[in-house]
Design a protein around this ligand. Structure first.
Ligand code: GLY
Ligand code: MN
Ligand code: MN
Length: 427
């Protein structure tokens, strides 16, 4: 199911309502140079995409609640020479016809179209430094006597983005389905891989063949002790045949992300130590999942995870003080140094226009609601330089991460199909 024109229009209508008499100006992304004559692959700004569905750089969206023309766009001009080199552009006319803008102009016509409109108005500007239109817009705002206001509409857009529509859920569901199958492919064929790069290539190729256009983030293909590095991305080391492989990878479908982690033994069977750590993480993840429903916060789920991981570490002898003392001293932090999860959507860490506390639900008042999609991803990592534990434990890193839709009375695991039980993985 695609996001319909009507859904984009409804999103803009809600934002227009929030704005009162303010004008909202939102920048698209722009091209970033990688090296000589080569750019990084273009990726649209997520909120700009959320409100327009428009996928070209160097553009500006203006939402003006006053007057007949409320949805205005400035976009790269039609230019047969540039299009011969760089590909198709919709141009202003195409943006009106295809994306439903009330009016659209070439991005060189900012002054002509905005100077009068912004005269003495209140504006909320969500700008990007180094955007090619930034300086010109600043000058127009200055000359028109417009008043810059606090960007509360931007926060509201991210609040809207937290709760997914049926069409968004279908896109995330598809990304989750493809990524789950890609994880299973790596697990099933683990013995064929000799280098982390092989895992990455296989994963990305499979996802692309299944209809995903991109990875939602740089995949983490961490063999052996590399699994203890939380954002490992080197992905070019020989596979340690005695170690685990931690794969944190998820594709995106029409910009909507999936985000899955699985950990499995390179040899096909866990060692005793790996198995004990894996069991403690899996038990924790299941306990957390049991609690996921509308009305609970990330903070409360994280507390469940911390208690369970601490108990697990006490049971296997990696923490040697009683539970109450270990909890008070937060001893599990050394082994589990991240949060239990995050929102998932257009961005893998979704809704970053909110304060961190709200984005990550680090306060019980930020409750999960039906239609939100989150990750649940506890882990235990024992660093190689941790001399407080016996050498046999060092270099083990385990994380298990699923993507979870909050439903009316509980949740649905969208990545249920990726092998997670010990027996399934070893089989
Ligand atoms: N893959 C990044 C994360 O799990 O949050
Ligand atoms: Mn995650
Ligand atoms: Mn992840």
């Amino acid at each position: 199911m695609n996001i319909t024109a009507a859904e984009y229009a409804e999103r803009r209508r809600k934002v227009l309502e929030i704005l009162g008499d303010h004008v909202l100006i939102l920048f698209s992304n722009f091209e970033h140079q990688k090296n000589s004559d080569v750019n990084f692959k273009f990726r649209q700004d997520s909120s700009f995409y959320y409100l327009t569905g428009f996928n070209e750089p160097d553009s500006i969206l203006v939402l003006d609640p006053q007057g007949d023309d409320k949805f205005l766009m400035f976009v790269p001009p039609k230019d047969s020479h540039m299009e011969m080199w760089e590909g198709f552009r919709y141009g202003p006319k195409g943006v009106v016809e295809t994306f439903g803008a009330d009016k659209a102009w070439d991005n060189s016509e900012l002054g002509k179209a905005l100077m009068n409109r912004l005269k003495y108005r209140s504006v909320q500007v969500i700008e990007k430094s180094h955007h090619p239109l930034q300086e010109e817009l600043q000058e127009i705002i200055f000359k028109s006597g417009a008043q810059r206001e606090k960007q509360y509409a931007y926060r509201e857009i991210h609040r809207m983005r937290k709760v997914k529509s049926a069409a968004e859920i279908e896109l995330i569901r598809k990304a989750c389905r493809i990524s789950s199958a890609a994880h299973n492919l790596l697990i099933e064929n683990v013995k064929d891989f000799t280098n982390e790069a092989d895992l990455e290539n296989e994963f990305v190729y499979f996802c692309a063949k299944q209809g995903s256009q991109d990875q939602a983030y740089y995949p983490i293909m961490a063999s052996g002790e590399n699994a203890t590095c939380l954002h490992y991305q080197v992905n070019n080391q020989a596979i340690d045949k005695q170690g685990n492989i931690l794969v944190d990878a998820g594709c995106s479908v029409d910009y909507y992300a999936s985000d899955i982690t699985r950990t499995f033994p390179a040899s096909g069977s866990f060692t005793e130590e790996q198995r004990l750590i894996y069991k403690a993480v899996l038990k924790t993840q299941k306990l957390c999942l049991e609690a996921v429903r509308p009305g609970i916060s990330f903070l409360e789920i994280d507390q469940i995870a911390r208690k369970s991981i601490t108990e697990g570490l006490i049971n296997i002898g990696l923490i040697i003080v009683p539970l109450e003392e270990a909890m008070r001293k937060e001893l599990c932090k050394e082994f589990y140094p991240h949060n239990i999860g995050h929102h998932l959507g257009l961005d893998v860490h979704d809704c970053d226009g909110l304060d961190y506390e709200e984005q990550r639900g680090r306060n019980v008042k930020y409750k999960l609601e039906e239609g939100m999609v989150i990750t649940i991803e506890p882990g235990i990592y024992i660093q190689n330089d941790n001399l407080t534990v016996h050498a046999k434990w060092r270099g083990i890193g385990v994380r298990i991460e699923d993507d979870i839709l909050i439903t009316e009375d509980g949740h649905e695991n969208l990545t249920f199909a990726a092998y997670k039980e010990l027996d399934d993985i070893e089989r």
